[in-house]
Design a protein around this ligand. Structure first.
Ligand SMILES: Nc1ncnc2c1ncn2[C@@H]1O[C@H](COP(=O)(O)OP(=O)(O)OP(=O)(O)O)[C@@H](O)[C@H]1O
Ligand SMILES: [Mg+2]
Length: 243
């Protein structure tokens, strides 16, 4: 049985810059997979390749057991980009209607999904507000809602909790747990290592290469460190010494 996400020897170059270098990884169905690494380490590039928005320079990607990209994958994936892609002059509801139409949701089902999602991210009361009048955290919630609208099996969330206050971060992780319980697979990039600690598996990236991959406890026992932050710093220092 193939894994939900299989990446083999993936390289992505932008001109002379090597953003990802010979990356291989698998993500099993139903898990929450954390992607961590410093600015410019290749997290967004990897996520954009998985979504089919960028083509790899070489290597293979397969999703749901099929070579990616393939046309139907849009229905199976929910992508929350690092930079919000909302329409500021439209209301919360109008944004959701727009994304619903992209996913082919119609009629009763569309109405029901929008209501459910607004409830999940606690934005019912702001349904008629224009996005330009929402705070940054509320916009993050709406971006997440747009990614979840079509009940995707695989969620690709690029730093969904950046700039989000601790209370909202806590409720975001509540939504993620609910989604995971319902069988979604979640890939989440983050700079917060306490968030990585909540994932079943973690991939640590540095300059487009894998520093470590495993469960948080495996990474801790392999590095002999007491938390993921120290483990990351140690692995990063070791990698620098090798270069
Ligand atoms: N479209 C592009 N054209 C040229 N270079 C790019 C492009 N997209 C990304 N890069 C470069 O590829 C490298 C990886 O970038 P990427 O955005 O994947 O990093 P990241 O890990 O997501 O960083 P951050 O934590 O800042 O979001 C960086 O050096 C970046 O400048
Ligand atoms: Mg990024």
């Amino acid at each position: 049985m193939p894994e939900l996400v299989e990446v083999e020897n993936l390289t992505k170059k932008f001109g002379h810059l090597v953003a990802l270098s010979g990356l291989s990884l698998c993500i099993s169905r139903g898990i929450t997979f954390g992607l961590v690494g410093p600015n410019g380490s290749g997290k967004t590039t990897l996520i954009r390749i998985l979504c089919g928005l960028l083509r790899p320079s070489s290597g293979k990607v397969s999703l749901f057991g099929r070579p990616a990209p393939f046309p139907e994958m849009r229905q199976l994936i929910g992508y929350m980009p690092q930079l919000e892609s909302l329409y500021l002059d439209l209301t919360v509801e109008e944004n959701l209607l727009f994304f619903a139409s992209l996913y082919g949701l119609k009629g009763k089902e569309r109405k029901q999904r929008i209501s459910n999602i607004l409830e999940l991210v606690e934005l019912e009361e702001r349904r008629k507000s224009k996005v330009e009048h929402l705070s940054g955290g509320l916009r993050q919630r709406l971006s997440l809602a747009c990614a979840l609208l079509h009940s995707p099996e695989l969620l690709l969330l690029d730093e969904p909790t950046v700039g989000v206050d601790p209370e909202l971060r806590y409720s975001f992780w509540g939504y993620f747990s609910q989604l995971a319980e319902n069988g979604s697979t979640i890939l989440i990039s983050t700079h917060y290592l306490d968030e990585a600690n909540r994932c079943q598996r973690v991939l640590m990236l540095r300059t487009g290469r894998i520093l470590a991959e495993g469960s948080p406890s495996e990474i801790l026992s392999n590095t002999g460190e007491e938390n993921l932050e120290l483990a990351f710093l140690k692995l990063s220092q070791e990698a620098k010494n090798v270069v």
